[in-house]
Design a protein around this ligand. Sequence first.
Ligand SMILES: [Zn+2]
Ligand SMILES: [Zn+2]
Length: 245
Amino acid sequence: MSLTLDFLISWLLIYIVLLGIFFIGGYLIIKINTKLIKIQNEQCSAKLVRRDMRQSVFSLLNISALLSLGMVLNIHGYALFPNLSLPIYMDILALFVSLILFDTWFYWIHRLLHTRKLFRYVHAYHHKTRTPVVWSNNSDTLLDNLFLQSYWLFAAILLPIPIEVLIIHKIYDQISGMIGHSGYEYAGPIVAKSKWLIGATHHDQHHQHCNYNYATHFQFWDRWMKTLYKDYETTIKAKAVGAKK
Ligand SMILES: [Zn+2]
Ligand SMILES: [Zn+2]
């Protein structure tokens, strides 16, 4: 099949998968939220919830395009490591490496997007919501996605990470991102005490105090660069699963 046709088919398939996770996952998360502790006292306005849901449907279309373009270029040989096949233990190692690399990419590009001009023209749209809900996860502009989500395109072309591993990572990122915007804390005591892993409180606080908590999977960049919000540890311990409501 031609590269263009492959791209269009995989774009559609990836979009259907991500959209399915967004809506089915979103409704499940809202159901689970009723058993958890809310992070903020404020509520998101119904108007912003509708805006975020609408924008996410559009934004997932361009995220799917970036991932499927990388995938198809790799499969057709336009990559440094095309059609890579690894033993399962190496796949697991590659997933771990991808998580660290994406977190590093996300932290630094995200900090760049918080510089005055880029924030205004590229990233402010996402921050209009100060009390995020699950539907806020992909409420980003096209330009914002071209910065933060182009990892999926570059990783498929440049890194020795099999395509299946990148797809698993993207699905994990979609689900963890939605939990991170849910407004409720899903962490148990281990994550709440961890100096490396993060709970939903981490990104929720980024929406409240936007000069802190830039990372997406782990805490280590925020700790090293002293951008971890000062109340993060106390808040997550108070909101974690099992803490008193
Ligand atoms: Zn931000
Ligand atoms: Zn956000």
